[in-house]
Ligand binder design. Structure first.
Ligand SMILES: [Fe+2]
Length: 473
């Protein structure tokens, strides 16, 4: 038996390939499926099942592509409905793969069809639980996403289901079972996940607040539904997309990997419904960029930020990338369903500059300069674009908090006539924020490099006291 966890850091998502005696199963495949097919081919194995733990909201799944190419059966949990052929599994149903087997455990809570897959080895011993977005390491799936798709569901109802699922289906399992979750730290599918990407169930029973046997159902529901921030804008779109037929990844790549000359790029950039996306590093971006472009660097958590600040999944996009990273940009856009890419600038930003086209720049200062300017003008206007929770834990006393997550709703709260010093935690999100604000007419924005990571170590700025946030009951 072989278990491979394939972890995608950008999405904080884990997908699995499990093989036994020439047969294999894939759990929650990514949209690009070549990797699974290659392993199977290399090992001479046939992919028999594609298990989906639920209809994902945070990425476009590769189940259709993989089923088409491998002949495998797609399995979703009870109550699932979709526009394509799949097997609706029953609670307790057993799926044999070589000499091992998977038992479907229906565990509604994150969504109604959510299911875990319990792996038994060659000897019939329960060895691993593929827990999807039901049980994470240190957390459980948030209960508020499915209610956007089904209006009769409330997050309290789903949290109640989660309580029952954990107590009736998962907590009775043996302590030595390994939990393989659907996500790790950074995913918006939960609130407070650990950095680890697997653990024993026994340890989770000790450290995961959601498995605390003392919690009453009411306390559990309250804990699960408190402090939930709105999910990224693209989540409902991906949840809907995953229920339908959609274009396979290879076709998307073929269509979108299109080099555009400077002239073609310029013509398109002047069309009102086309967005210029600059995916280079922020240090390169601030020195010069195509006017009105959005910065989202591909070296960061690219896909979630695209899905958060580009509100329309069908937005026409042309992009600039570091030479050689164009395919990566298209791949990462397609993972969350942003398929309407018209091409990329051939020769990158250098070509644009060399052609003598207009360029814009962003003032960007290091911590020393920020300190100097603050000392000469302590009344300066500071924008902290981190999330509310980060801001609450510590911030410069005079800073205003406008999380970049909601920039299209909150930008008007910053006076466009003022000069704003913009910072985040490390200097990535602040450039996203400032680039979007600039494209909307904000002219006086100064980026603070290194963000709060640097500010924290400075003696110059008066900061709020750090109060340890309480997440446990
Ligand atoms: Fe999820």
């Amino acid at each position: 038996m072989k278990i491979e966890q394939i972890y995608t850091k950008c999405l904080a998502q884990a997908t699995y390939y499990i093989e036994s005696e020439g047969e294999a199963a894939v759990i929650d495949p990514l949209r690009e499926t070549d990797h699974y097919l290659e392993i199977a081919e290399k090992n001479g194995a046939k992919i028999k099942y594609i298990f989906e733990t639920h209809f994902h909201a945070d990425f476009v799944s590769g189940h259709l592509d993989l089923a088409k190419k491998s002949g495998a059966t797609i399995v979703y949990g009870p109550t699932s409905e979709a526009d394509f052929d799949f097997h609706q599994g029953k609670d307790g149903e057993i799926f044999k793969v070589g000499k091992i087997s998977f038992e479907l455990l229906h565990t509604p809570g994150h969504t109604m069809e959510s299911s875990c897959f319990l792996l038994r080895d060659e000897n019939g011993k329960e060895v691993a639980l593929f827990s999807g977005d039901t049980l994470f390491i240190g957390d459980v799936g948030r209960p508020d996403l499915a209610q956007r798709v089904f209006s009769d569901l409330t997050q309290d109802k789903l949290a109640g289901h989660m309580f029952d699922s954990l107590r009736n289906k998962i907590m009775p399992l043996a302590d030595d079972i390994i939990v393989y979750p659907g996500h790790g730290a950074g995913s918006a599918c939960g609130k407070n996940m650990s950095k680890e990407t697997s653990d024993t169930l026994g340890n989770q029973k000790k450290v995961n607040y959601a498995l605390n046997p003392e919690l009453t159902k009411e306390e559990f529901i309250k804990e699960l539904t408190t402090g939930l921030t709105p999910s990224p804008a693209y989540f409902p779109n991906n949840a809907v997309m995953n229920r339908k037929e959609f274009t396979g990844f290879n076709e998307v790549l073929k269509k979108n990997l299109k080099p555009l000359s400077v002239d073609e790029f310029e013509t398109l950039s002047n069309e009102s419904d086309v967005l210029v996306l600059d995916t280079r590093h922020q240090n390169d971006f601030v020195k010069g960029f195509v006017p009105n472009s959005y910065f989202i660097g591909v070296q960061g958590d690219f896909a979630p930020w695209v899905g958060t600040v580009i509100e329309d999944i069908n937005q026409k996009i042309i992009f600039i990338a570091e030479p050689g990273r164009e395919e990566e940009v298209i791949t990462r856009l397609s993972r969350i369903g942003y398929d309407n890419v018209l091409g990329y600038l051939n020769g990158s930003f250098e070509a644009w500059k060399n052609a003598g086209n207009p360029i814009d720049t962003m003032e960007s200062i290091d911590i020393n300069e920020f300190e100097n300017q603050y000392q000469s003008n302590p009344e300066m206007d500071i924008l902290d674009v981190r999330r509310a929770g980060e801001f609450e834990s510590e911030h410069i006393v005079s800073a205003k908090n406008l999380p970049v997550d909601y920039i299209h709703k909150n930008l008007h709260e910053a006076d466009a006539d003022k000069t704003w010093f913009v910072h985040c935690a490390g200097g990535y999100r602040s450039v996203i924020f400032a680039s979007i604000a600039k494209s909307k007419g904000y002219k006086n924005l100064i980026n603070v490099e290194g963000g709060f990571g640097k500010i924290k170590t400075s003696e110059v700025f008066p900061k709020t006291e750090f109060v340890c946030p309480t997440t446990m009951l």
